[in-house]
Design a protein. Structure first.
Length: 62
């Protein structure tokens, strides 16, 4: 099953139709590149993507 990604914050949504991170219901199957944030303090990529919570994100959300 293809996972969905939140259009607002890029978080990967594993279950349901609502983003557990920001509460948005704007989800899409049209994303690419899974990015897993483990340590927000050290990740330059996290800063660039503006994410600060550990979890799975989509790098590209269309
Ligand atoms: Zn979200």
């Amino acid at each position: 099953m293809r996972l969905k990604a939140c259009k607002s914050c890029r978080a990967i949504v594993i279950e349901g139709d609502k983003c557990s991170r920001c509460g948005s219901t704007q989800l899409t199957h049209n994303w690419d590149v899974l990015f897993i944030l483990l340590d927000s303090d050290r990740s330059e990529l996290a800063k660039r993507l503006d994410v600060d919570t550990e979890g799975a994100y989509a790098l590209l959300v269309k």
